[in-house]
Every structure is written in C-alpha cells, then in structure tokens.
Design a protein around this ligand. Sequence first.
Ligand SMILES: [Zn+2]
Length: 277
Amino acid sequence: MPELPDLLYVLQHLRERLVGRAVTNERVREPVVLRFTVHGNLSLLLGRKLTDAFRRSHFLVFRFEGLDLAVNPMLAGRFRLAESGKPDEASLGFALGFGDVELRYLDDKKMGKAYLITTDDWKAIPGLQTGGIDILSPEFSRERFVSLLKHRRDQVRVFLLDKKALDSLGNAYADEVLFEAGIHPKTFCRSLAHDDGVRLHDAIVKVMKEAVAEVARRSEPIDVKVRDFLKVRRKDTCPRCGAKLRTAGVKGMDSWFCPVCQPATRQGLVDWTRTGK
Ligand SMILES: [Zn+2]
C-alpha cells in the first residue's frame, strides 16, 4: 500500500511532468477499477487540461477542467509514466495519454478504484474519509496530538492507523514510529503519560519527514516503492539493541516491534525478554 512518503513523491513527479498538458487519448483495460458518478466514461477527459494534482486522504486527485479523477490505489495500485506506444503491462487498469507520454495505472490485484466526479464532489466517493490532521502540516502540534490521544480508548497502533484522526499512517510507518518512540504496539492510549504522547508525536514528525526526504533522494521511478531503509518493518533484528524482532497481531494487522526497546506495559502480553526464545 502506498503511504504518505510514496504518495508525495509520486505527486511531485506527476505534477512536474503532466500539469498543464491536455489528455490526447484514453484506454481502459480493466473497467472494474473505474467508477463514474458523472454520465459518460473516461473519454470525457479527452481534450481537457490537467490543472493540478494533489492528495486528499489516501487518494491521489487529478484535477481536470470541470472534472476530478480521484484514485485510491489500495493494496497494489501504482502509477507509471510510459512513452506513448509502448506495449501495455499485463496489470494495466487504464491509461491517459498526454501527447508523447502516458500516465498508466497498474494494479495486480484490481482492488484500487478510480472515481471520475465533478469538481470537488467528494461525497460521491465511499470511504474518502476526511477530518484527520495532516501529520506533515504545522497544525499537527504536540498539544493537538496529545489531546487526541487522551480521548482514545483503543490500542496505540489502532489509533495511529485511524485516518479520521491522522492523515495518515499505514502499517509500515506505524511500526517505524512506535519503534522510534519506544512504545509497544498494544499499549492502550489511555495508559500513555503526557511525556509518552509528546515523544510519540515527535517520532511521527521525525520518521515521516526523514522518509519523505529519503524517498525523494532515491529518485526511483514512481512505480517503485522504496522501503528498504525501514528499521523494523519486516526485519529480523533490532538495529538498536540487536534483539530478535517480534510480530504481534493488532486488530488483524501484523505489527513488527522490538521486545527490548518497546517493552510491554500491559499484563497478559507475552514478555519475550523472559521466554528465552
Ligand atoms: Zn531493540
């Protein structure tokens, strides 16, 4: 699943290449990924200029004159810029041509969705949740985060993934943030002290800013997900203390953590430091 650093990188790249250019052709290979809340099909975009591209929650929005194309890549969706005329990929969902270059949406699982709506008609899109604070914006202050945290009754990792609260963290960066803050993923929000909340806030800002910078620095093609710099997600040993990393199921999601650097604070959780495994 693309996360915030991936989406920002893709956006910046697509803005530089495509904004100001008009759609010259369109091609749909997998109608299942497309939804129209306007009467017509993708050919409605022909001749229209792309005026902007931006992020709204976990959607990438392509703004054309009078119409928005909002894409939620879900698990496996990705974008690629290809020379017009190059053979289609097997996973191609649809393509929009802009003269000599094509924007292609690829999706091996066909779970992603692209909605063609009239400008700003967000209510037409199911699951386009808003209201979460943009974690890279100045509004994401320590005070605001700690006050959000105080009102939660769930586990901290569940809270971090709640897009109505925070815009946004996914599975990979939730693990990295909790590792940075030294907090066990199953800790209940209400058991975190004020200082823990501040530390967690600062960890979110640090981890995400560093990730945005690293993804940009690597300058890979936009369909490549750069994740090899992560410290704990899908790794074997803790880069800080050398302990074997563990996984825990948190509300159906696998979470990676270090049992030494992120000790359990709740009774009933397995204390890996005592099992000798
Ligand atoms: Zn450790």
